[in-house]
Write a new protein. Structure first.
Lengths: 500, 492
């Protein structure tokens, strides 16, 4: 294949990656009455999507990048896809986990006799499609389109049960995400367009030119950074993190893939993209008005961990842990050292595998034992060894203990912080590691070392259904595997700083 | 040969067909006649816009009398665009009409509806096409009188009061306009707009001219329902039959805004209009007030039609905001929103018409469980609502994009922020509908089932237009930019 033909093909692959999950909604809806056929459609699409993304990765390694323009929306501003290392990594993680998550969903949704499963699978597919769209976006306008579709397509998933608390949660979810994206992010995007005349993601950033030319000053950079960082509500910087705990009313597979991986990662992914390709790392490093981001992220890490400590509801504790872990990525990017940016990219992948395992375990406990609170988990480890074993692995990854991939990413972030002399960041990481241990270790301890309560409405139960066990074992295995084989995510993460 | 007379035919055909409808009597025949004429005017509007965009402005001398003594019909990118909007909405609404009219107005009175509708269409098209300030008044009255009739056709007796209220306020508005035109005639001795523009150049300091400007501005502001002169609008939209609401909401106020643009930019010129007094600032304040107060009031409505009516007042604020910026980009954003808002509101009001057809009410309370009972209709309402909010890939997003760019171009950051903030109010009132329709269980006895296909199809055509023009902005934004450039470039 010649270079040009390969680039064309890579462009098509990106379109396929968006189209496959979007189009599978059709058979999902048509086969609504035959659940086995419907789920087969989801699984087939998930497999096909993963193969497509792998193929794209292989081509990307060979020719190093390609772009495809879809449609010119405004004069000089098109919807376009560009493949670059960070997007490739994000797409890989999300598409691989969609397969595992679909297996898990089948076990969970059937095990709990959930209603409206067709709507569930259809909305899920659309959410994955918009995630791929975000991952491959070639400019800020394209990304914004995908970002908003992702918000809207996950709303029916959050409110799936239709109960009053689900509606309330849905309000917080939609209200905060739309308010920040329309109120702040869109304004930031428009200001960028006004100043630079382009929204393309460009290595080195697009704001450096106008800054040198004197069209904007440091204050403007600070303002834009504020609009972007708080506009990207999905990254859950405090104080706009509240939508994430609110989203926990959703069925657990949604919390697992969307609110531990796709949606929140779309947020921090956008944050890293904006810092690297819109502002440019060098520009931010030389702008005094941009320094606050590190502290806000650090504050979020610590505060969210402290709140997590006090949560008895397992899913809420996991949600606050996610808020804290997301800010690791933001802080890593805000350190603005090459190594820490590599760590940020790595952490997107590492946290995905670890957190999805934890949510899978939470859903597994709910399905088998109907328990939702941490205080109910005494001795459950011996009844559900696979589930709680996987939970322990996920916890270790959150804390950052080897041999889990959470250690690898934390290592890079720490190194970057040390190298650039950001002692605040180092202190935050150390403190939060202790806090993480403080809210995860007791759960594992309870599960394995406490006696189960004798009566208390307890009923006999064993492990969760097989699909659930398969899924959470797979992701736990991945968490360990990537510790020993970090080459793939690492090579992509490195290209982000070097190839760019 | 025929093509030469398109500008005149555009007005004459619906005008002549109106009495024919009365003679035909039968509901079905009258509908067919109105439908045929609506689509013919739609086709002509498309041809005229194409001609104007390629070949430049068109002038048509009515009856062969040369202007400024005779009446001149004059088409450029500005009004050809508005003509297309009016004709397109008319064509869609007529496609939708028969079942809804039968239910809400009654078969026995249907021919009267079609006759009044055709008169209204003729009036609106005439206002838009004519190049003569007094002739404009005549067409304005034709459209207004027929719209009072259309509103009063509503089943609810409160429709009569609403029509009466509109009659009084509309007549005051039209009278103010007429006084303004009279003063201008006194000062210049001409009624032709192009001619007026030339002669007014030297008369800037004449008191009568300034007074005329004030009369024209206030009169038209009443007709276009600029806050706080919007009081006639909520009742009129709420109690009119669904088809009438959809048609008027998408066309009547839009045409009045067009006239205001003409008066500001073509007849008096931007320097006079915005230079003598801080009119730009006054309009900007009123527009922002409209955006916030009307949207806030919309949140608290219990009637879905009234809620959308208040939303219209807010949306008119966006259009006036664009105009108040007095820049090419601002006026373009205003005109673009004129087009886009017509698409949103016609789709939404037609969808509400479907709801009324099935359940006989548009009270938000009564819409419980409608997500299951009328899935396609509710999906259309959600899509239209998203467009109102301005979600990407809808026309609402395109409007906002240009409007904010226009604000940023003038370094008005706070204004850009306010525009975005007010659009979030739309999230609240749209989501009230969504929550009731999708999460609240319907009572056992509630009527269930989709509206007929002939109603759903035009509704969805408009919904799809919302998406299409949200992605393909060449026609809408392209024409709006060209029209704005023409308006601000001078009188040509």
């Amino acid at each position: 294949m010649s270079g040009a033909a390969a680039a064309d093909y890579l462009g098509q692959l990106m379109i396929y990656a968006v189209a496959i999950p979007a189009l599978v909604t059709l058979p999902i809806v048509v086969f609504g009455r035959w659940p086995n056929l419907r789920e087969a459609a989801t699984l087939a699409a998930a497999g096909l999507l993963f193969v497509t993304v792998l193929r794209a990765l292989w081509l990307f390694e060979a020719i190093g990048g390609a772009s495809v323009t879809l449609w010119e929306v405004f004069p000089g501003l098109s919807l376009s896809f560009t493949v670059e290392p960070l997007g490739m990594l994000f797409a890989l993680v999300a598409s691989a986990l969609w397969i595992v998550n679909s297996i898990y969903s089948i076990g969970y949704m059937r095990g709990n006799n959930e209603a409206n499963q067709t709507r569930f699978y259809a909305c899920f597919a659309i959410a994955i499609s918009s995630t791929m769209w975000v991952a491959f976006s070639g400019n800020m306008l394209t990304l914004f389109f995908g970002y908003e579709v992702l918000t809207l397509s996950t709303y029916p998933l959050v409110t799936h049960s239709g109960k009053p608390e689900a509606i309330q949660g849905g309000r917080t979810y939609l209200g905060l995400l739309l308010a920040t994206s329309i109120g702040l992010l869109l304004l930031g995007v428009l200001m960028t367009w006004q100043v630079t005349g382009t929204l393309d993601f460009t290595p080195g950033g697009i704001l450096a030119g106008p800054l040198d030319a004197g069209a904007i000053d440091g204050r403007m950079i600070g303002l834009l950074l504020f609009l972007y960082m708080f506009g990207i509500g999905k990254a859950a910087l405090m104080p706009i993190h509240r939508w994430l705990p609110a989203a926990m009313v959703a069925p657990t597979p949604v919390s697992a893939l969307l609110h531990a991986v796709a949606v929140v990662k779309a947020g921090v992914f956008t944050v890293v993209k904006v810092i690297v390709y819109v502002f440019g790392v060098d520009l931010l490093a030389n702008t005094a008005e941009a320094g606050w981001l590190l502290y806000v992220a650090g504050f979020t890490i610590i505060m969210a961990s402290i709140i997590a400590l006090r949560q008895d509801n397992l899913k809420r504790r996991l949600a606050y842990s996610t808020v804290s872990q997301l800010s690791y990525v933001i802080m890593a990017a805000a350190i603005l050292a090459p190594l820490s940016v590599v760590g940020a990219a790595m952490h997107i992948a590492a946290h995905a595998f670890g957190k999805i395992t934890l949510f899978f375990a939470a859903g597994s406990i709910y399905t088998a034992a109907h328990k939702t609170e941490v205080s109910q988990l005494d001795g459950i480890g011996w009844r559900m060894p696979w589930t709680m074993g996987a939970f322990a692995v996920g916890s270790l990854s959150m804390i950052g203990v080897p041999p889990t991939v959470g250690f690898t990413s934390k290592w890079f972030i720490l190194q970057g912080a040390m190298e650039s002399g950001r002692m605040t960041a180092v202190a935050v990481i150390v403190a939060s590691t202790l806090l993480n241990a403080a809210y995860f270790v007791p759960i594992v301890y309870r599960a394995f070392f406490r006696e189960p309560p004798g009566d208390a409405g307890d009923h006999a139960h064993g492990e969760a259904p097989l699909p659930i066990v398969i899924a959470l074992t797979a992701t736990a295995a991945g968490t360990i595997l990537f510790f020993f084989l970090p080459q793939l995510p690492l090579s992509l993460a490195r290209q982000l700083m070097i190839g760019g | 040969m025929l093509a030469l007379h398109f500008p005149a035919l555009q007005v004459v055909l619906p005008l002549l067909m109106a009495p024919v409808c009365v003679l035909l009597r039968g509901a079905r025949l009258a509908w067919l006649a109105a439908l045929a004429i609506s689509w013919v005017t739609f086709a002509i509007a498309g041809l005229l816009l194409a001609e104007v965009l390629i070949g430049g402005p068109l002038s048509y001398e009515l009856g062969g009398w040369a202007p400024p003594w005779g009446i001149e019909f004059r088409l450029d990118a500005v009004n050809a665009f508005v003509v297309l909007i009016v004709a397109a909405i008319g064509a869609m609404v007529m496609l939708y009409a028969p079942k809804s009219v039968a239910r809400e107005i009654g078969q026995d009175r249907a021919y009267l509806f079609y006759a009044a509708y055709l008169l209204c269409l003729a009036g609106l098209l005439g206002v838009t096409i004519t190049g003569d300030a007094f002739n404009l008044f005549v067409f304005l009255e034709i459209s207004s009188l027929s719209s009072y009739i259309l509103i009063s056709l509503g089943r609810d007796r409160r429709a009569l009061y609403a029509a009466y209220q509109y009659l009084i306020l509309g007549t005051i508005g039209a009278t103010l306009y007429l006084i303004g035109v009279g003063l201008l005639y006194q000062a210049t001795g001409t009624l032709n707009m192009a001619d007026l523009a030339q002669r007014l150049g030297t008369l800037e300091d004449v008191r009568g001219v300034r007074v005329a400007f004030a009369f024209l501005t206030v009169g038209l502001s009443l007709k276009l329902a600029l806050f706080p002169l919007h009081l006639w609008l909520p009742n009129a939209y709420t109690y009119a039959p669904s088809v009438v609401t959809a048609f008027l909401a998408a066309t009547a106020t839009k045409v009045a805004i067009y006239v205001l643009l003409r008066i500001f930019y073509t007849v008096f010129g931007a320097d006079f209009s915005f230079g003598l007094i801080p009119l730009g600032s006054i309009l900007m304040v009123l527009a922002v007030l409209a955006m916030f107060t009307a949207s806030t009031v919309a949140i608290f409505q219990s009637d879905a039609k009234r809620m959308l009516a208040y939303s219209s007042v807010a949306q008119i604020g966006y259009m006036i905001l664009g105009i108040s910026l007095a820049s090419v980009l601002g006026v373009a954003a205003g005109m673009l929103h004129l087009f886009n808002h017509a698409l949103m509101k016609s789709a939404l009001f037609l969808a509400l018409g479907c709801v009324f057809w099935r359940i006989g009410s548009v009270q938000i309370e009564d819409m419980a469980g409608l997500g299951r009972r009328m899935p396609w209709t509710m999906a259309a309402i959600v899509a239209g609502g998203l467009s109102l909010i301005g979600v990407p890939a809808t026309v609402g997003f395109v409007s906002k994009w240009y409007l904010i760019q226009a604000a940023l171009e003038r370094d008005l950051w706070w204004l850009a922020g306010l525009i975005l903030l007010s659009s979030l109010l739309a999230v609240i009132y749209v989501w009230r509908l969504v929550e009731v329709a999708y999460f609240r269980a319907a009572p056992e006895t509630a009527p269930t089932g989709e509206a007929p296909l002939v109603m759903l199809l035009p509704t969805w055509l408009l919904v799809l237009a919302n998406v299409w023009f949200g992605i393909d902005t060449r026609l809408s934004a392209g024409t709006a930019l060209e029209a704005a450039a023409r308006l601000l470039g001078g009188t040509s």
